[in-house]
Design a protein around this ligand. Structure first.
Ligand code: ADP
Ligand code: 5GP
Length: 210
């Protein structure tokens, strides 16, 4: 599929969208996978930017057509990543960053083994609650439901390749950017390009890890 896929998960309010926006401004060559959802736009969200907002009927049609690499029901709505969305980014030579729940991360890993899974945690339960309240985009009952779900989601963080605690935003952004830059330097990813310049670079086998 070309570019590398970076999946960011974490409880609602942990700071995923804020971090992804800033990382994209800092790291070149990173496209955002715009998911489809049946939920309504929140605050200043725009169709085609944060999400493709679609009716339930349209979403179900896309499931039937096999349009999604993964999809899940989260809270009361459907969310899904279309193959078209990933391919349109990777065909431009971009790596792709996506904001998915834990089911979505598992779905991507099972389809694309070399995908990189990053989990964002809030510094504490209280901090999460106040971020959700201060964001001001959800009713108190919705905030309550999201707090309950947070504990369930955090129980899955050990499945992920990287854990980022978003206490100071700037540090969290730097850490996610560092993960991406380091992953790009992995020998498995960068060796083909090096061998094309220095054919001898492909001669040796990796040293075994004891
Ligand atoms: P998510 O995408 O995980 O649901 P958001 O990116 O919408 O979370 O962040 C939730 C709220 O917390 C937003 O109002 C955001 O500005 C704020 N926020 C994000 N990171 C931090 C941080 N490190 N410290 C304080 N507030 C933060
Ligand atoms: P929100 O409504 O706060 O934007 O997102 C709710 C949850 O849905 C978050 O956990 C987010 O990561 C997840 N999500 C967003 N898009 C997708 C998607 O395409 N697939 C899956 N599985 N989860 C998604």
């Amino acid at each position: 599929m070309g570019g590398c896929l970076y999946v960011v998960s974490g409880p609602s309010g942990a700071g995923k969208s804020t971090i992804i926006d800033r990382v994209r401004r800092r790291v070149k060559g990173l496209g955002f996978s715009v998911s489809h959802t049946t939920r309504r736009p929140r605050g200043a969200e725009q169709d085609g930017v944060e999400y493709h907002f679609v009716a339930r009927g349209r979403f179900e049609e896309m499931i039937e057509q096999g349009a999604f690499v993964e999809w899940a029901r989260v809270y009361e709505d459907y969310y899904g990543t279309s193959l078209e969305e990933i391919q349109s980014k990777t065909s431009q030579g971009l790596d792709v960053i996506m904001d998915l729940d834990i089911q979505g991360a598992a779905g991507i890993r099972s389809r694309i083994e070399e995908s990189v899974l990053i989990f964002v945690l809030p510094p504490s339960r209280d901090a999460l609650a106040s971020r959700l309240r201060e964001r001001g985009t959800d009713e108190p009952s919705v905030v309550e439901a999201r707090m309950e779900k947070a504990a369930e989601e955090i129980a899955f963080c050990s499945r992920y390749d990287y854990l980022i605690v978003n206490e100071r935003l700037e540090q969290a952004v730097e850490e996610v950017a560092a993960v991406i830059l380091a992953e790009r330097c992995r020998t498995a990813r960068s060796l083909p390009g090096v061998v094309s310049r220095f054919p001898a670079a492909g001669a040796a086998q990796p040293l075994p890890r004891e």
